[in-house]
Write a protein that binds this ligand. Structure first.
Ligand code: SAH
Length: 367
């Protein structure tokens, strides 16, 4: 049973300064801010009665005026390679999805930052769903908390990638707060170098993250070295053109003292030619980066195809000697189509007659 939340305050998503303010209002001691943070995020406890180092009267006060929300797992699907796709229900009944990507050397959680997405990239299933709302910082970190609670205890979480639904930089404040919760010792205790924020290219927020938390890794979804083609594939290019975007990426690599990643979804006959590979190699000269080639995952709304492996290899061969590093993303969880967008779609169709037959958003990551 979920608590009756009408008048109570949800503590999941609050961070140290929020707790301090709340405790001051409640005339409670400030040290309890860290206590609350480490119970909720560090120990992943949502039930106040289990917060054993808090006094009985404080726990009663908490139970009366506050609660700690938990995302509800509506559905999971486990693939043969042990990757798990989660469909979560939020308090307002919206749904999002996240993927636990199993790898024997390092496990990754792919999380969402928005319900839907306003960017309408031509090849992306979430884009066709439209935009509903931003996730709160609590809803962002809770994806990790709930997945950690569900997977076997001996499985580590090595990487977090913001490559689920949504554009993290259009929800900057909540994403930043979530990043602080994730990377603090009182929070989830994750190293910032193991977290990748992926953006379609919101240039000003790249500069802002370089000021606020440059240790986090940055990925830019590039998908074309040509301004005009990029505008067609990713309409956000009209607002944030390529050249200043690349300058921001270069600055970020410098501030963070680590390579940025350019994601590049290869689409047959669209952005996979030898000529384009050469252009791409030229464009990224001087930027400390890695290019992550991704095979396009076909979606029903778009009339695109996946290139042949021959073509992919040719593209990679051209790029490889000219770029600092090139990787090819290997999809995991293919048998459960663990590409973002799908679980949500199935549920939509059942409950509301949502008619499109969306297949996949992104393949899962092997950085
Ligand atoms: N909005 C952010 C993060 C979410 S998408 C961004 O654009 O980076 C995560 C990655 O999946 C992006 O690189 C995106 O371009 C890619 N992607 C989207 N649709 C895809 C598809 N059909 N096939 C393969 N990758 C896709």
């Amino acid at each position: 049973m979920r608590p009756n939340t009408n008048s109570r305050l949800n503590l999941k998503g609050l961070w140290l300064e929020d707790f301090q303010k709340l405790l001051a209002d409640w005339k409670e001691k400030p040290f309890r801010a860290r206590q609350l943070a480490s119970w909720i995020y560090g120990k992943r406890v949502s039930d106040f009665s289990q917060m054993t180092d808090a006094s009985k009267s404080f726990r009663e006060k908490l139970a009366k005026d506050a609660y700690v929300s938990d995302l509800k797992i509506v559905k999971t699907e486990t693939s043969q390679d042990k990757s798990i796709k989660f469909l979560f229900e939020l308090e307002d009944k919206e749904t999002i999805e996240s993927v636990f990507i199993f790898d024997k050397n390092r496990n990754t959680i792919c999380i969402s930052s928005q319900v839907g997405c306003p960017l309408a990239c031509a090849f992306c299933a979430t884009g066709y769903m439209g935009y509903k709302r931003n996730l709160t910082a609590g809803e962002i970190v809770d994806q990790i908390i709930q997945i950690k609670n569900k997977i076997p205890k001996n499985e580590n979480i090595n990487n977090i990638v913001f490559m689920g639904m949504g554009e993290p930089f259009l929800n900057y404040d909540n994403v930043l707060k979530a990043l602080k919760i994730m990377t603090s010792d009182f929070g989830l205790g994750l190293s910032p170098k193991r977290i990748t924020v992926s953006t379609a290219g919101v240039t000003d927020k790249i500069y802002q993250l370089a000021r606020d938390l440059p240790k986090v890794k940055l990925a830019i979804s590039l998908h074309s070295p040509e301004e005009e083609l990029r505008k067609k594939l990713m309409p956000i290019t009209k607002k944030f053109p390529l050249k200043p975007l690349l300058e921001a990426g270069k600055l970020y690599a410098k501030s963070s003292k680590q390579r940025i990643t350019f994601e590049y979804v290869l689409i047959k006959g669209v952005n996979d030619t030898e000529e384009i590979a050469l252009k791409l190699a030229k464009l990224i000269q001087g930027i400390p980066c890695k290019i992550n080639l991704i095979l396009y995952n076909p979606i029903a709304d778009a009339d695109f195809d996946r290139p042949s492996m021959e073509r992919v290899n040719r593209f990679r061969e051209i790029l490889y000697p000219r770029a600092p590093a090139v990787t090819l993303r290997i999809s995991k969880g293919v048998d459960i189509q663990a590409a973002c967008g799908q679980l949500k779609t199935k549920t939509y169709r059942k409950s509301s007659g949502y008619k499109t037959n969306l297949i996949a958003l992104s393949s899962v990551n092997k950085p």
